[in-house]
Design a protein. Sequence first.
Length: 116
Amino acid sequence: MSSAPTDGKTIDANPIDAIDPQTRTELEAAVFRRLVEHLRGRTDVQNIDLMNLAGFCRNCLSNWLKDAADQQGVPLSKEASREVVYGMPYEEWKAKHQREATTDQKDAFAKSRVHG
C-alpha cells in the first residue's frame, strides 16, 4: 500500500519491503531475540497481563516458534520452544515466577475473548 503526498512523490507504506530478503530476515530475527530477552528480564509481567494488553503471551511466542520450525521441517518440541522463550524449562519458570491470576485479570481476560 502506498500513499501520495501533496508533492506527487509516492511514499512506500512499508519501508522494510525495500530491504533485501536476507537482511530483512536478519533484522526480524534480531527483533525476536530482543523481545525474548526483554520478556525474560520482565518476570514481573505475567502472561495473563500480556494477553489482556496485547493479545499474545510467552506461550504464543513459543507456539509461533514451533510452528515456524515445523513449516521448515526443523524438529523442535513444544517443551524446547518454550525453553527458548522462557530461558529455562517452562515448569521451572512457572514455579519461580507465575502467580495466581487475580479476579480482575481473569475478568479482563474473559472480556477480551468475547467477539462481537
